[in-house]
Write a protein that binds this ligand. Structure first.
Ligand SMILES: [Zn+2]
Length: 103
């Protein structure tokens, strides 16, 4: 197994996991429990990590690099009008309640 991605944001790790799974790449999240236990601003070694098999690493890394560069945050973070959840600018809908980002 190799670590292909790590982020302070568990939301981003799950987002990348979804993208990889959509490309039929099996991946696992590590440190999720540690991250939850560490509280608001965990040390970098507590960040959640995304791991893939060695044989799929190159493909997974390419997909993630593409995803990151195509989702470079533009604009500012936004707040869901329905549930009030705060979101980073790259998200187009609310992960919590599914509401679409307002214009
Ligand atoms: Zn919402």
């Amino acid at each position: 197994m190799k670590r292909v991605y790590s982020s302070q944001s568990i939301t981003m790790v799950h987002h990348m996991m979804n993208i990889l799974e959509n490309n039929s790449i099996v991946c696992v999240v590590r440190n999720e429990d540690l991250f939850m236990a560490a509280g608001e601003l965990p040390a970098i070694e507590c960040w959640p990590e995304l791991w893939v098999s060695d044989s799929e690493y190159d493909q997974a890394k390419g997909i993630i690099d593409t995803a990151i560069s195509s989702e470079t945050p533009k604009g500012t973070s936004w707040k869901c009008p329905d549930c009030g959840e705060e979101h980073e600018p790259q998200f187009t809908d609310c992960w919590k309640c599914g509401a679409i980002r307002p214009d």
